[in-house]
Design a protein around this ligand. Structure first.
Ligand SMILES: O=P(O)(O)OC[C@H]1O[C@H](O)[C@H](O)[C@@H](O)[C@@H]1O
Length: 548
């Protein structure tokens, strides 16, 4: 047993689980009409109803005790102070400094992170306004109409998904196209519709070593030059965001066109930095700042609210409750808003890259599960597909339902219908359907008693499936910022309890190097093939371009 699983709170939760297991959520609601009032919370423009979780007051008390015994609050405060909590890379973790609007300093290894952020925001603002006012144009005097944003991982998902989420706020004078994959089809399909004279290329790579981003940017440069643009025009059309300014300059991007990133911001936490430039270009700098303020409001709540009333803490602890005490290997995020359809993929990277770890901070193997599989999609589409497994599958898959109360596109009864589906799903998962209810539904349909009982068995829903419901008045830059920061901190809380480093990603780094050795073999004519027989055979086929 590890120090973690031996903790009094962990042991108490293991026993408490049996109490909870013996009571159906339906009965918990029947026994306590005030349940919804007791298990709800407001923070930073968001409302969380967590009453449909398999909990009672003891569960919350024990989960908060576990957080205290594992030092979650102390680690949170150390993160905000800029201490080196990413121990394997020797770095502070300061994405919260990116949205800090106070005047004070935030020390990050001898530098004032807050001052650097302020300077960079000023530069970003000037750049965005120059593009919008058309004081910065293409080399032939044309205003920019299109931006191609090249980046992958955290340098892609945040800008793309948040831009989509803020579509109602787009200015309308610029389009943005995102290219991440090394698959040449991704870039080719985007570029073939564009006019190089009116296109700005924005490449984002914190490390400036990522194969996909470097190769796509080189190919985009070639496309630009092949169109007849002079080499001297590169400076007007290519901008980079990177923590590695010398490498960006060596690549040919003018120093004044390189916007900084810092070691103390993880890729998956970087959309609030210059990595978010595509968002600012699309929606304007005021809305980008509102996004930062929403995240900052959630930071303040996370920092100040006691654990029992702390939205990210409670969501993180509830997630851990199911992962570690109910063996739920996955969690689903269901957004009932078309603009938020990308959020599950965003949280997937955020959570799985952060908490997909098998050893703790000391490098010792974990003896309990860590990061669950995160997946999901937009409602109501999923209801016609994978919700079947949520309702009648054999495991427990906790769900987060996310619903803005007002639509940006009020259209007849659409929004009420959308909301009714969202609420009905949470209710159906909680209540389920008993054998007696299923039989009652089938009565009068002409079935004999035996057939009726048998068919009813297939229609039984066990219920007792937990969910959170997150509401906001409307999806705005502010509420979006708060929502994303909520998931960041929820991820943090789980990693802190587990005692893992949520801020490195050695498994993903492996992919950055593994491909290179095989690439040499694929492009070579030498029959060297120092590989296992399966890989060698596949390489031979690629060289021939034929499967026979
Ligand atoms: O921004 P870059 O340095 O190009 O990195 C892009 C991505 O690379 C890796 O896959 C990392 O694990 C991600 O966290 C990162 O966002």
């Amino acid at each position: 047993m590890s120090a973690l699983t031996a903790l009094p709170a962990w042991q108490a939760l293991s026993q408490h689980r049996d109490t909870i297991e013996s009571t159906h959520l339906r009965d918990l609601f029947a026994q306590d009409p005030s349940r919804a009032e007791r298990y709800q919370l407001h923070a930073a423009g968001l409302f969380l109803d967590y009453a449909k979780n398999r909990i009672n007051d003891d569960t919350i008390a024990l989960l908060c005790q576990l957080a205290r015994e594992t030092g979650v609050e102390a680690l949170r405060d150390a993160m905000f102070r800029g201490e080196v909590i990413n121990n394997t890379e020797g770095r502070p973790v300061l994405h919260t400094a990116l949205r800090y609007s106070g005047e004070g300093a935030i020390q990050a290894q001898g530098e004032d992170a807050a001052a650097e952020v302020r300077d960079t925001l000023k530069r970003m603002k000037a750049f965005v306004e120059a593009i919008h006012s058309q004081s910065w144009k293409g080399y032939d005097g044309d205003a920019f109409t299109d931006v191609v944003s090249i980046g992958i991982g955290g340098s892609f998902l945040g800008p793309k998904i948040m831009s989509e989420a803020l579509r109602p706020y787009w200015r309308g004078d610029l389009r943005c196209h995102f290219v991440a994959n090394i698959d040449g089809t991704a870039l080719t399909e985007k570029l073939k519709k564009l006019d190089p004279k009116r296109t700005l290329i924005l490449m984002s790579s914190k490390s400036f070593t990522t194969q996909e981003t470097l190769t796509n940017t080189e190919s985009a440069r070639q496309w630009f030059l092949d169109s007849g643009a002079p080499e001297s025009a590169i400076g007007q059309h290519f901008v980079a965001v990177s923590a590695n300014v010398p490498a960006a300059e060596a690549f040919g991007i003018k120093a004044e066109n390189v916007y900084p990133m810092w070691d103390w911001v993880g890729g998956r936490y970087s959309l609030w930095s210059a990595i978010g430039l595509p968002i600012a270009l699309l929606v304007g700098f005021d809305h980008f700042e509102a996004l930062l303020r929403g995240a900052e409001a959630m930071d303040t709540h996370f920092r100040e609210a006691p654990l029992e009333q702390n939205m990210p803490a409670l969501m993180g602890l509830l997630s851990l409750w199911y992962t570690n005490f109910f063996n739920s290997g996955s969690q689903v995020i269901l957004t009932y808003d078309h603009y938020l359809r990308g959020l599950p993929a965003y949280v997937q990277q955020l959570d799985m890259e952060s908490n997909g770890k098998g050893v703790n901070k000391e490098g010792e193997p974990m003896d309990c599960a860590t990061g669950p599989v995160i997946w999901g999609g937009e409602g109501t589409n999923g209801q016609h597909a994978y919700h079947q497994l949520l309702h009648q599958g054999s495991g427990v898959i906790p769900a987060d339902f996310i619903l803005p109360l007002q639509s940006h596109n009020p259209l007849g009864r659409h929004h009420a219908m959308l909301a009714s589906n969202c609420l009905a799903q949470t209710q159906a998962l909680m209540q389920g359907k008993t054998q007696a209810e299923a039989e009652a539904e089938l009565a009068g349909k002409g079935l004999d008693a035996g057939a009726l009982t048998e068919l009813a068995r297939h229609k039984v829903m066990p219920g007792n499936k937990p969910s959170n419901t997150l509401l906001m008045d409307k999806l705005t830059p502010h509420t979006l910022g708060a929502l994303v920061a909520l998931y960041e901190h929820r991820t943090f809380v789980q990693g802190a309890v587990w005692g893992i480093n949520s801020f490195d990603q050695w498994g993903v780094e492996l992919g950055k190097v593994l491909g290179n050795a095989i690439l040499d073999e694929l492009e070579s004519n030498q029959p060297k093939l120092d590989q296992d027989s399966s890989t060698a055979n596949l390489i031979r086929m690629f060289r021939k371009g034929q499967i026979n």
